[in-house]
Design a protein around this ligand. Sequence first.
Ligand code: GUN
Length: 296
Amino acid sequence: MSAKIIDGNEISASVRAEVKVEADELRARGIEPCLAVMLVGEDPASRVYVGMKEKKCAEVGIRNIDARLPADTSQEEILALLDEWNADPSIHGILVQLPLPDQVDEKTVTERILPEKDVDGFHPVNVGRMSGGDTTAFRPCTPHGVQVMLKHIDWDPSGKHAVIVGRSNIVGRPMATILSQKEPWANATVTVAHSRSEDLAGICRLADLLIVAVGRPESVTGDMVRDGAVVIDVGVNRVDDPTTEKGYRLVGDVAFDEAKEKASWITPVPGGVGPMTIAMLLKNTVTAAGRMAGSD
Ligand code: GUN
């Protein structure tokens, strides 16, 4: 079998088109949706992500406030700026790009953002609400984007076995929470596998839906994929490649060429999950703006 490709560029474009309509409606009522983004330090991957977020905000008509702070910024300075953004009624969404430098405690920073402006869905209030089945809580953008992809290809996870490889707070854990919810496009039987799992290959082979978010290039190989499985690759890794102009290329956590011979559907890297994350962030931002304006 050669898998069909799940085109994240196309699906995210349809999400962004919806977001633009919502942003236009808000603007017609005198509300300009606004996302404030904080980047601390010079991490090259984070700079690329933040640059993309800014570009996509402009395309859908979301105002962007951008704070790029030096790597030695103190936690107090970060918290003070977040307090300003929390108090500013013209700012609807706040995002602090992770990871943060070592002198800054991510938990303290995440908890400082008002839950109603937490468009990343990382604040414990939103995590707790979502875990309790509240469908109005902001959902973390990457796993929510994966759920939207499944809906787009009309592959219903209900009753199916989803294996998630990786237990991060950003992807693996919230992915498990979302897919096990009693709601449309969920209701899956979920296994969360991780670096300590015994017989990882055997667990992966049980998956109807295999979602990989471990940050290790091409670590899930073709023999770990069940025939006909849907494979979602969340990883984005740079590997050296002297044959390319940049000297590197991007690969996922899944060995794509092998896995696509087994899977029924598969996401590519790049052009798979990546663009969905940003699209869902924009969606959360217009939702936040609508709620603050009292329309949602
Ligand atoms: N770093 C990697 N992914 C993300 C994300 O979705 N949000 C934030 N804030 N930081 C990240």
